[in-house]
Design a protein around this ligand. Structure first.
Ligand SMILES: [Zn+2]
Length: 156
């Protein structure tokens, strides 16, 4: 940290406090004998936003709104409450932030939503799956759904 008066770099922090909005206010003193002036700095903590790696390799900022709109489409006219949708988003978000620092593949996000939606609503799950999983043919799709369909059959 350069002293703004004498441009010398030896300074000492004499007071430091965090205010709202993640701003740290520091009172500093120049250690240069002929200067010794005091000044204040404000340091803003930079939140490094998580990036999502898309299929084509491009990166976009993580946006929970996109998960929400995907879920809302999948849950259209289904008995799924807004709270349920919100809890899926929060769970997915928590999982992502716990496992990734900077970048996450969009496919991973899709998979997590997929896993959680399975327990919420099966029709929504199938809708979501058909969009997010790139099934090469119908057999892949059926194969994927089979364990779930078996489970449903057992319950009846
Ligand atoms: Zn100075």
């Amino acid at each position: 940290m350069l002293c703004p008066f004498c441009r010398q770099s030896e300074t000492k922090v004499i007071d430091s406090r965090t205010s709202e909005d993640f701003v740290i206010r520091r009172r500093r003193e120049c250690l240069h004998l002929k200067c010794g002036r005091r000044f204040t700095t404000y340091e803003k903590i930079e939140e490094t936003p998580l990036k999502v790696i898309k299929k084509d390799g491009s990166r976009v900022p993580f946006d929970r709104g996109k998960i929400r709109s995907g879920l809302e489409k999948a849950c259209f006219k289904r008995p799924v409450s807004d709270e349920q949708i919100e809890s899926v988003i929060s769970a997915v978000e928590a999982d992502i932030y716990q496992n990734f620092d900077r970048e996450v593949h969009s496919r991973y996000i899709g998979e997590r939503v997929f896993d959680m939606l399975r327990d919420v609503d099966q029709v929504a799950f199938v809708r979501f799956a058909s969009v997010y999983r790139e099934f090469k043919d119908v057999n892949d799709f059926v194969e994927e759904l089979e364990p779930m369909l078996r489970e449903t059959g057992r319950n009846r």
